[in-house]
Structures are given as C-alpha cells and as structure tokens.
Design a protein around this ligand. Structure first.
Ligand code: ADP
Ligand code: MG
Length: 373
C-alpha cells in the first residue's frame, strides 16, 4: 500500500490533507504525483469523477512553487466560476502548514474586475481562472504570465464547448512556448480534448488512465423511472419526501426550467434553490455556499454545476430531463458517489425517452434499473 510520504509528498502537506480526510492516495494520485513531482513534463491524467484529481495536480504544483519569488508560477484553468473557487479553496487548505506562504488567487467572470486587479497586485504564486476573465486581465496588464512554468487544464473539454475555445487557444499559444509544461486532467476524453493534446502537448507526454474500460464511476447506481409531463413534479416531490434526510442535485436542461422547479419545490416546503448561469454571481455564490455548508438540501441546477463540483455526502442526482450530450450523463451523475462513497443517479423519463436510456446504457456500458418512486 502506498502512502503520500512514499510518493514524495512533503510532510507539511501530509499533515494538512490528513485533516481534510485525505490520508491514503487514490489511484490517480498514486500514479500521477510521483511523475509530476520528479520530472518536468507535459502530462495527461484521466480518471473517473470524484477520484481526487484536484489533489493529484494540486499537490505537485504546490511543491513546484518558489515562495520566495513574487512571480506567478502556475496557472490553473477551469470552466466555471464555482469550480475556480472550489479549486482555490482546496489548494488553500493544502497549504495550511507550509513554512513559507504560497499565495493563490481566483479570478473569474461575474465578479468586479477592479477588485481582482487589486488582489493581483499582491504577491501571487498560482492563479486559478476561467479563461475569459484571464484574457481580460492579461489585456489590461493586470496579470503577468511570463514566469508561468506550469499550466493545468481541469475539465478542458468543457472549456471548449462553452465557447472559451479562442480564449483557451490564445492562452495556450502563449503558455506552451519555451519550456512551459501543460497538465491536463479530465474524467472524459472527447474529440475536442484530443485536439488540444495534439496541438499543444508533447506527443510523448506520460498519460495515466485509471479504469480505462469503465467510463463511469462504478459506485453509482443508475436508475430511471417513467413519468409524464403532467405528473413529473409530483413524482419528484414523492421521491424527495421518501428520502427526507438525504441531499442531492436535480439537473434541468434550461435555466427557466431550473428556476421553475426550484420555485415549485420551495412552495412545497422543501429547502431548495436554483443555480444557473443567468443569475448574478453574488447570488450563485450564496446558493453554492449554502449547499456546501448543508444549510440548503437540494440544488436545482443547469449543467453549470455538472462539472467538477464537489459537495460532500450527496446521496443522489436527479435528471429532471436527460442531458442532450452523453458526456453530461457521466459528469452529472458524478456529483454523487465521490471519494469512494456510493450514490444514486435517477432519471425521470417520458415514455418516449426509453430509447435514450438504452443508448446511454450501451455507450457508457452501464446498467440502469427501472424503479417506481
Ligand atoms: P475529481 O476532480 O476527480 O472529480 P476531487 O478532486 O474533486 O475529484 O475530489 C473528490 C473528493 O474526494 C474531495 O472532497 C476530496 O477532498 C476527496 N479526496 C481526494 N483525494 C482523496 C483521498 N485520497 N482519500 C479520500 N478522499 C479524497
Ligand atoms: Mg475535478
């Protein structure tokens, strides 16, 4: 059995990660950390949702930082504002016991850019950013990435599909010059990512794939239930009432759909709130904070929360409607069954959608059971 010490992780980090329940390396950590600590290399890490990819890149990148220098030395890019904040928080926790402080800064859209520009005037070693805001800050001369040694892409395919393609290309064009290294971490590997890898990464970069043949985290129970347009909300209510102590996310396809359902559930007396991309960032932050600190029981969200978001002890994920893209089934359902726990992913389907279930089963090689709620 390997330990973080054996992988080369410094004792100060071992102490802090232990405090947040990370004491035995997960598979991706076991394989990625020694490579990233030892050699300067591009790197591709593929592992299922909830398997600790953040620490797999976070610990090695923290080890690389020269805290005496004032320069930004690493850049972490991720697709959503919530994920940027989450990564920063987790890395910040990792640094609790290090001797020399490592300064992290999260920058993302929707928050006042002036404030972020001011924050960046202080010493900053690692910038965690959404691509659009980063470009904005670079153009204003507020962030100097010329000393960056490592660029990390978390959930890169999502950044491409969100229209960050040009931004990401611009950043990578710049950062992959000279001897900078790019690390890419993801749970899925669609075509778009392959293109990034081909264009910007070393063809001989080490590539670690965990459970190559299981596309979806095996601790998830996949279920579907038949419903009708008319009774769907009532059926969801019935399901929630039966599981009163449990927490979960309900995914909707549209922003209006998420708002509507949240409203209906609140009227029924549930502790629920919507989170979608048209909301003010302040409001989004408030909802995510409440959900993470367990004062909110159900999050009703669009796919903006499908990627990377890590909330402890979610028993279930509900698909109010199945996602259009297959990969999203993997990411949505991966909000449950994290860190070795198990969980349920339940789709509410109309009779006409049974074919979609068959298709997901086939393409993701998983098995659904039909249930009645
Ligand atoms: P991923 O990015 O692979 O989806 P995260 O990095 O968000 O997963 O980690 C999922 C959860 O597992 C987090 O709450 C994290 O603190 C926890 N975790 C990470 N590594 C370990 C570990 N080795 N042992 C136990 N829990 C861990
Ligand atoms: Mg992640």
């Amino acid at each position: 059995m390997s330990t973080f010490a054996a992988l080369g992780v410094h004792k100060d980090y071992i102490k802090s990660i232990k405090e947040i329940g990370i004491s035995k390396p997960s598979e991706i950590q076991e394989k990625a950390i020694p490579i990233l600590l030892k050699s300067k290399t591009d790197f591709i890490g593929l592992a299922q949702t909830g398997t600790g990819k953040t620490a797999a890149f976070g610990l090695p990148v923290l080890h690389q930082i020269d805290a005496k220098s004032e320069h930004i030395q690493a850049l972490i890019l991720s697709p959503t504002r919530e994920l940027v904040q989450q990564i920063k928080k987790q890395l910040f926790k990792f640094t609790k016991y290090v001797d020399e402080r490592i300064f992290l800064e999260a920058v993302f859209g929707g928050e006042k850019i002036d404030r972020q520009m001011n924050n960046l005037k202080r010493t900053t070693h690692i910038v965690i950013a959404t691509p659009g805001r980063l470009i904005d800050l670079i153009e204003r001369g507020a962030v100097d990435i010329s000393h960056v040694k490592t660029v990390i892409l978390d959930e890169a395919d999502e950044m491409l599909s969100m229209g960050f393609k040009q931004d990401l290309n611009r950043i990578l064009k710049f950062t992959t010059k000279s001897d900078r290294k790019t690390w890419l971490f993801s749970a899925t590997m669609p075509e778009e990512i392959k293109r990034i890898v081909k264009t910007y990464m070393d063809a001989n970069a080490p590539r670690i794939e965990i459970n190559k043949n299981t596309l979806v985290n095996a601790n998830i129970r996949h279920q579907f239930t038949r419903t009708t347009l008319k009774t769907k909300v009532d059926d969801i209510v019935t399901f929630l009432e039966k599981r009163q102590s449990q927490r979960g996310i309900i995914f909707c396809r549209t922003k209006a759909g998420a708002q509507n359902l949240a409203k209906q559930l609140i009227e029924e007396g549930f502790s629920a709130a919507a989170l979608e991309g048209d909301m003010q960032q302040k409001e989004r932050d408030k909802v995510m904070r409440a959900f993470k600190n367990e004062s909110l029981q159900y999050l009703i969200s669009t796919d903006v929360s499908a990627r990377g978001i890590d909330v402890k002890e979610l028993e279930f994920v509900i698909h109010h409607q199945l996602p259009e893209q297959l990969e999203y089934y993997t990411h949505r359902s991966g909000r449950t069954a994290r860190a070795g726990k198990s969980g349920t992913s339940l789709a509410f389907i109309l009779p006409s959608e049974i074919e979609k279930i068959h298709q997901i089963q086939k393409e993701l090689q998983i098995k659904f059971t039909e249930v009645t709620v």
